[in-house]
Every structure is written in C-alpha cells, then in structure tokens.
Write a protein that binds this ligand. Structure first.
Ligand code: PAF
Length: 283
C-alpha cells in the first residue's frame, strides 16, 4: 500500500492506473477510522480494481467555534486499518498543499445546504463541497463512497457531481451501527461513560417515529413534537433540529404521503450527534 502525501504523486498514481484500464474506488475520510469507514472501503474494493482512501481533516468545513483543533487524529492506526482492508493507496495531503496561500475558490450549492445541519453549521457544506471537488480532481476515481449517516452530505455530493458533470458514480452506503443501535461516528469518542447510554435515544426515537408512520400517522408536525419530547427526556441533551423532509430536496414535508427522511441532530453535552432514517407508510 502506498502512502502518498503529494498532490502530484497522487494524480500520477491514478493516471497510471487509468492508462492500464484499472478502475478506482475512492473513500474520502477525515481519519480516526471506525467500522463505518471500513464498510465503505470494503464496498469500494468490491466495485473497483483499486481502493484509494484519503485522510485529511479539512479545516474549511469547521466553523470558528467548532472542534477542528481537537478533532481526533490517529494516522498510524488508520494506515494499518487501510492496509488490512487492502487499499492500494492512502492520500494524506497537508493543509498547505490543499489550501496554499492565496486560495480563494470555493464550491457552494444554492439550496441543499440551507436545511438540516446547514442551518447551524453555515460553513460546513461549502467546505465539504470544496474539498470533495478538489479530491475528485486529484484522485480521479470511477466510484466514490459516502455513508448515509451524513445523509445531507451525500445529497450535496450527488447534486454536485450531477451539476458539475463529474464522471464519478456516487455510492451511498447504509449507516453502520454499534450493536446497541448507536450510529458509528468518530465523534462518539467524545462521549463520557454517563453520556454513552443517552446517545442511544436518537436511534430509539427514529424507531418510534417510524412505527408511528407505519401505523398511519401522516401529520409531520405531530411526529416532530413526539420526537422532540423523546429527546428532551435527557436533561443533558439539546435538540438542534428534527426534520421530516423530502429525501431528495430536503424541503420539509407537512403531510406524509410517500417516503420521507426523518433526520435529527442533538447536542449531548459538547458532542453533536446526528442520525436519520428514510421511512414511509405501510403499502
Ligand atoms: O464525511 C467526512 O468525513 C468528510 O466530510 C469528508 C467527506 C471526508 C470531507 O472532508
């Protein structure tokens, strides 16, 4: 497995593979890899001749008061995991390479970022869209894999690829959960032993809302109220949002007639957690 730190070397590596008619699956990450990432990588290996993983904690997607400096980093351990999965290369660019002095071009979407997480994290999707565009141009993959836990991020990338004519197949991979149901996330590391059981409430809340929808509840307002009531049962938990929305546009849906996305974000102490599920009435 090659560990490639320079943009030129990464592009050269991909170009060589492409000339040999080899396909490339790409998993962009910010490191501190967990089973969710490993699932994306294994899925990538199934689809293409070569797997490339990037590890880059992208400063452009963190707000000024967010956890960029404390975001967990474990490069040696991450590289070992990539090796075990059978990655052909891991791209580990520096911040200076990705954002050299004078950098001023950002990629922004007009609508999708102004829902759900984008409302409380205004810099986030501009930063994600920018870094992913750069990574796509550098790595030049045939496939790129993203987790459905970050449902809005996946929607943004799918839109970006369509709008900017990237010839890349975007693959969404279902949420990977701990045995008790908590969606895997690098930020779960921040949870204290007391907070960890409370974090389960998101998953339990989604189960309850899905059950209500399947039993015929169509009023999204009622479902939202119920979800907020469940989440408010933990004193240390603050709801950022609960949304019942269209899975494509992310626009709120007032009356449920078909498939909807139920997405939520909470603060548990200082840790922000998200979860979601696509659900619909029983047919
Ligand atoms: O999901 C992530 O880890 C990041 O947002 C991504 C896609 C690697 C961009 O920095």
């Amino acid at each position: 497995m090659k560990v490639i730190a320079s943009i030129q070397d990464m592009t050269r590596f991909s170009q060589t593979l492409r000339i040999q008619n080899q396909t490339i699956a790409f998993v962009p990450t910010m490191g501190f890899l967990h089973d969710g990432h490993l699932t994306l990588m294994k899925e990538g290996k199934k689809r293409a001749d070569h797997l490339v993983v990037s590890i880059f904690v992208n400063p452009a997607q963190f707000g000024p008061t967010e956890d960029f400096s404390t975001y967990p980093r474990a490069l040696a351990q991450d590289l070992e995991q990539c090796r075990q999965v059978g990655a052909s290369a891991v791209f580990t660019p520096s911040e200076a390479q990705m954002y050299p002095s004078g950098f001023e071009t950002y990629v922004g979407l007009e609508k999708l970022p102004f829902h759900l997480c984008g409302l409380s994290r205004p810099a986030f999707f501009r930063g994600v869209a920018t870094v992913v565009t750069k990574l796509f141009n550098i790595v030049r993959p045939h496939y790129a894999l993203f987790g459905e836990k970050d449902f809005q991020q996946l929607a943004v990338i799918q839109r970006l690829v369509r709008d900017l004519n990237f010839d890349i197949d975007i693959v969404g991979v279902p949420i990977v959960r701990e045995p008790d149901g908590l969606a895997m996330s690098s930020r779960n590391k921040y949870l204290s032993p007391d907070q960890r059981p409370c974090a389960l409430l998101l998953h339990q809340c989604l189960e309850t809302i899905e059950k209500m929808v399947r039993q015929g509840e169509t009023d999204a307002g009622k479902l939202q109220d119920q979800a907020e009531k469940i989440l408010a049962s933990v004193p240390d938990m603050r709801v950022d949002y609960v949304s019942i929305c269209d899975p494509e546009t992310l626009e709120p849906v007032p009356v449920i007639a078909g498939k909807v996305l139920c997405a939520m974000a909470v603060w548990l102490g200082k840790t922000r957690l998200i979860d979601n599920r696509v659900m619909g009435p029983r047919t």
